[in-house]
Design a binder for this molecule. Structure first.
Ligand SMILES: [Zn+2]
Length: 274
């Protein structure tokens, strides 16, 4: 299976302070450019609203007054024709504030030759939600926020781990397994599943959804669902979320400030008729 989606390498600048008129909540602004149809832009907006409703603010240590809106530059452009590379996404600016590394700007680029297929097969919103999650920090900002060590395959953020134990029945787990396959970008930036989504994992949530179908694994499946574990993982990297099961995070955490450890994340799929 050819990799079809690659996240941008994060070109990172750490801003130590900033100004904003906003005091709480998460505001995402999408700047559209290139060839994105009205209906495609509407799907981006739906994904924006999903994450704005899900990520309700920042952790108390973060001075939200120092944060501006999260800007996402969404562009449709010709890349390599139908199939192949679908596009790329990732943060382009991050902030070091309140003990967290937070995304403040990112890019999402899509191959116009693939967008219609994604729309027609009903997976475009899942793909955009997935990629927007990376722009917001999922996978890409884990190491900088001290919840993952590159090469370990073990996510240790307390909030997501708590949901791994309860939502997915892994009561004795001390970490969440992270994808090792799929090559640079897919590896180390997603929940672990059978490579290429080629088989069920046998790991079920409370509603008997197989982990294979979770939105933030490395391969897209047509019936993707978003687990509470994924939502809780955003607490581990500085957000507050709309999820009653997520406990108040521990005050102490390991903070990593090394900025050299940036990596690609990429999206693959086994279901798109490309
Ligand atoms: Zn991804």
């Amino acid at each position: 299976m050819t990799p079809i989606f690659k996240h941008l390498r994060a070109c990172v600048f750490v801003l130590l302070s900033g100004l904003s008129q906003y005091a709480s909540a998460i505001y995402i602004d999408i700047n559209f450019s290139g060839s994105l149809s009205t209906s495609q832009q509407a799907v981006f907006t739906q994904a924006e609203q999903f994450w704005e409703n899900t990520l309700t603010g920042y952790q108390p240590s973060i001075n939200a007054n120092a944060l501006s809106n999260i800007v996402i530059n969404a562009k449709g452009e010709a890349i390599d024709g139908a199939g192949g590379i679908l596009g790329s996404a990732g943060p382009t600016y991050i902030w070091d504030i309140g003990g967290y590394i937070l995304s403040s700007e990112g890019d999402m680029r899509f191959d116009t030759a693939d967008l219609a297929n994604l729309e027609n097969n009903g997976t475009l919103e899942s793909v955009i939600r997935h990629e927007m999650a990376h722009v917001l920090g999922f996978g890409v900002l884990w190491e900088l926020n001290g919840v993952y060590v590159e090469g370990s395959g073990q996510y240790t953020g307390a909030n997501a781990l708590s949901l791994w134990q309860t939502e997915f029945g892994q009561s004795n787990a001390t970490y969440i397994p992270i994808e090792a396959g799929g090559g640079p970008g897919t590896a180390e930036a997603h929940w672990d599943e059978v490579n290429f989504g080629s088989a069920a994992t046998g790991i079920l949530d409370e509603d008997n959804n197989d982990l294979r179908d979770e939105l933030m694994t490395g391969w897209l499946n047509s019936n993707a669902f978003i687990s509470d574990m994924t939502i809780a993982s955003f607490v581990d990297i500085g957000y507050e979320v709309a999820l009653s099961e997520v406990p108040v995070p521990a005050a102490a955490y390991l903070f990593l400030s090394a900025l050299a450890s940036l990596f690609y994340a990429k999206r693959k799929t086994n279901v798109l008729p490309l």
